[in-house]
Design a protein around this ligand. Sequence first.
Ligand SMILES: CC(C)(COP(=O)(O)OP(=O)(O)OC[C@H]1O[C@@H](n2cnc3c(N)ncnc32)[C@H](O)[C@@H]1OP(=O)(O)O)[C@@H](O)C(=O)NCCC(=O)NCCS
Length: 156
Amino acid sequence: MRPPPVTAAVRVRRAEVSDLDDLVALEEATFDTDRLSRAQYRKHLDSETAQVLVASANHRRFLGTAVVFYRKGTTVARLYSIATKPQARGKGVGSALIEAAEDAARLRGCRALRLEVRKDNGVAIGLYERLGYHRIGEYARYYGDGADALRLEKAL
Ligand SMILES: CC(C)(COP(=O)(O)OP(=O)(O)OC[C@H]1O[C@@H](n2cnc3c(N)ncnc32)[C@H](O)[C@@H]1OP(=O)(O)O)[C@@H](O)C(=O)NCCC(=O)NCCS
C-alpha cells in the first residue's frame, strides 16, 4: 500500500524558541543573500508585527517556514520569506505554508497578502500564480546580490 501523501500529515503552527536551530539551519541552507539572522528570528517570535509559521509532520519533524510581516495603518500583509527543506519539496508543504499565512493575515483583518520573489525563481513564481497571486510590480536590482524582483499580490 502507498504511504499517505505528506500533505495529509502537515501541520502549520506558530514558531517557538525551540524551533530556532531548525529555522537558522534552513535559512542558511536556502538563501545566499538577504538572510534572516538567528537574532532577527528570535525577535520576530515575540513581535506584534510578525508571525513566524512552521510546517511540521509526524513527531514534530520540521519541514519548512514562512514569515509574515504586518504594519500599522495598512491592511496589506507581507509574506517576507518562505522555505521548505529540500527533501520535502514538491509535496505541498509550501502551499500549506502559504495558505496558513493567508489565514493568519485574514484573522488580523488584512485584505491582501503581498510578496517579492526573484525574477529567476520559476518554481516559486509558478506556485504563487497557481495559488492566485498576480504581478503588481517589478524592481531592478532588489536583492543583495543584484537580482531583480517581481512583486505579487493576492486579495484575501
Ligand atoms: C518555493 C518553495 C517554498 C516551494 O515549497 P514546496 O514545499 O516545494 O511547495 P509545493 O510542494 O506546495 O509546490 C511546489 C510546486 O513547484 C513545482 N515544482 C517544480 N519544480 C520543482 C522542484 N524542482 N522541486 C519542487 N517542486 C517543484 C511542484 O510541482 C509544485 O507545483 P504544483 O503544486 O503545481 O505541482 C521551495 O521550493 C523552496 O523552499 N525554495 C527555496 C526558497 C525559495 O525560493 N523561496 C521563495 C522565495 S522567498
